[in-house]
Design a protein around this ligand. Structure first.
Ligand code: SF4
Length: 142
């Protein structure tokens, strides 16, 4: 599955959950997306839930902004070539906690040590009921 297809599918799942919560306040909606609640009430939202794993080892991990709106990815063609390798993904805010990993022919963004999009404060700052619009707004900003 391409990253684009995945994001479209994920956006749909996000939309269905948000629809269900439409009578709640913004704070309550954000709270609903806490990992500890999602793993029980929305087991299909993330494949890691069934394995009882977290993408990041942090307390109060929040899943509202998964996938990170600062993550840029271009399937196969990539953005440009860097030292003979295709740059397939990068962080648009160049987070200090982000890094890269390289394969024989490609460079990928590595977000495993970055928790920015999983924090309440960041989610509140960029909150929109429509996850796709958050992605678009942040893309414009960066
Ligand atoms: S490094 Fe952090 S801010 Fe950048 S794309 Fe990855 S998770 Fe998002």
């Amino acid at each position: 599955m391409s990253y684009r297809s995945w994001t479209l599918k994920h956006a749909k799942k996000h939309e269905i959950i948000v629809q269900k919560l439409k009578n709640r306040t913004v704070d309550e909606i954000i709270e609903y997306f806490l990992y500890d609640n999602m793993i029980i009430n929305e087991p299909e939202f993330c494949p890691l839930y069934k394995q009882k794993k977290k993408c990041h080892d942090m307390e109060d991990l929040n899943c509202y902004l998964c996938a990170c709106p600062n993550f840029r990815f271009k399937d196969e063609v990539g953005f440009k070539e860097v030292n003979g390798k295709k740059l397939l993904s990068f962080c648009s805010i160049n987070s200090k906690k982000g890094s890269v990993f390289k394969t024989e022919d490609a460079i990928h963004q590595d977000c495993s040590n970055c928790t920015i999009p999983h924090k309440d404060k960041y989610i509140k700052k960029h909150f929109n009921l429509d996850w796709k619009l958050i992605m678009k707004d942040i893309e414009k900003e960066n």
